[in-house]
Design a protein around this ligand. Structure first.
Ligand code: AMP
Ligand code: MG
Length: 390
């Protein structure tokens, strides 16, 4: 299947996540189930942007009589008349009658309660009521993911327990007779399991709390057992290894025996050709290639959109256009290529040393994944390329 077709398929999945409330301090990365409407103007009153003296701009050439001191949080009691000013702190409400804040740094105290302007202010130094946000404005849309700025908007508009979508439950399984866990030194013909931790962390970066279920041998009975045991408990099972066409790649067959519907089997991308997406009812099983780079890339370009869909996120991961600062070429141009790139000081990208789908170190220093379109063999220095920041 072509990559675009796979994305269209994922975008077309019908999924209505359930909704729950979450306290703001636990809402990072969650996804809003409702739009957010402001119940206040922001600022809520004409607010001093500087420490200084609130006065009338037409009086600035005269000596001013100070009549009140207004700290933040105290409402002014007196309005400003001709020749008068009130000492005011940043964030305090501007008194009636004043149209400018004379900055403290540009004022001189000439006698007790007498103030003189040393430099005419260039702007009013007042933030006007409602100039940022009006009461009734929609400030965040349904399907927005919550990052710090969105959380600040929720806090400012009184949403202390916003309604968010429930999280899909995700499991991660590694398969392969050759795998040992990182704490062990690999024996003959063994390698350490990196995918289990990589996939778990990738899912965590999406704001999920995946369960890592360990290594399962290339044994049909054991594989079948783990799927039957876990299928009911998870919305998504991410399993790496065992999905290509080797004699010990049992997973496609086992999933078929379990009644799974195959949505995607094989992708026209490099790396990541051996990818399998199956569905049993409304549970998804994604079989990722065993090679760590393939698994990493497939997660970024396909599993993320799938998880976004199941989390209720409206947008797809960002892809940006950046100039490439060295020539790039490849031998075969029959499929969509994904290549690790680093970011230079001047803001362009360079392909990093990359030996293929087992070379995970190439991604440890990468800024992003460059897309090399089908049919493209050569990219010239200075061309704009599509990059997915990591
Ligand atoms: P497979 O997809 O099972 O044919 O595996 C392809 C390659 O990826 C083989 O060289 C495996 O040893 C390697 N591999 C499979 N699973 C993992 C894993 N969890 N961590 C690191 N490498 C793996
Ligand atoms: Mg294997």
């Amino acid at each position: 299947m072509w990559y675009k077709e796979a994305i269209t398929l994922i975008n077309g999945i019908l999924w209505q996540p359930s909704v729950e409330k979450v306290a703001l301090q636990h809402a990072l990365h969650r996804v809003l189930a409702t739009k957010v409407i402001s119940d206040v103007d922001m600022p809520p009153f004409h607010k001093a942007a500087m420490d200084g003296y609130a006065c009338r701009s037409k009086d600035l050439s005269d000596e001013l009589q100070m009549i009140e001191e207004i700290p933040a949080g105290k409402f002014p009691l007196k309005s400003i008349g001709p020749g008068q000013c009130s000492k005011i702190m940043t964030g305090a409400a501007v008194p009636e009658g004043a149209d400018v804040i004379l900055m403290k740094e540009n004022a001189e105290i000439t006698a007790i309660s007498k103030v003189r302007c040393l430099k005419i202010p260039e702007s009013s130094n007042i933030c006007y009521k409602g100039e940022d946000t009006r009461q009734g404005d929609v400030v965040l849309n349904q399907g927005s993911r919550l990052y710090p700025a969105q959380l600040a908007m929720l806090a400012s508009t009184g949403y202390s327990n916003p309604q968010v979508y429930s999280l899909p439950r995700v499991a991660v399984i590694s398969t392969g007779d050759e795998l040992v866990e990182p704490g062990q030194f690999p024996g003959n013909a063994q390698i350490r399991n990196s995918n289990g931790y990589q996939l778990t962390a990738q899912a965590q970066q999406c704001g999920l709390f995946p369960d890592y279920l360990g290594i399962v041998k290339d044994n049909p009975d054991e594989l079948q057992k783990i799927f039957t045991q876990t299928m009911d408990n998870y919305d998504v099972i991410l399993v790496s290894g065992g999905v290509s066409v080797g004699d010990y790649d049992y997973i496609p067959e086992i999933l078929k025996n379990l009644g799974a519907e195959t949505l995607i089997q094989g992708l026209r991308v490099r790396p990541g050709k051996h990818f399998l997406l199956s569905r049993v009812g409304n549970r998804y099983i994604a079989g990722l290639p065993g090679n760590p780079v393939s698994s990493f890339v497939i997660f970024e370009v396909l599993i993320k959109p799938l998880l976004n869909k199941l989390m209720g996120v409206k947008s797809n991961p960002a892809v940006v256009l950046i100039p490439i600062e060295s020539d790039y070429s490849r031998k075969k141009n029959d499929v969509l290529g994904f290549i690790p790139v680093s970011l230079s000081d001047s803001g362009g990208v360079h392909p990093v040393d990359y030996h293929g789908s087992a070379h995970i170190q190439s991604y440890a220093g990468a800024f992003g994944i460059m897309e090399v379109p089908v049919g493209t063999s050569v990219i010239k220095m200075g061309d704009l390329v599509h990059v997915r920041p990591l």
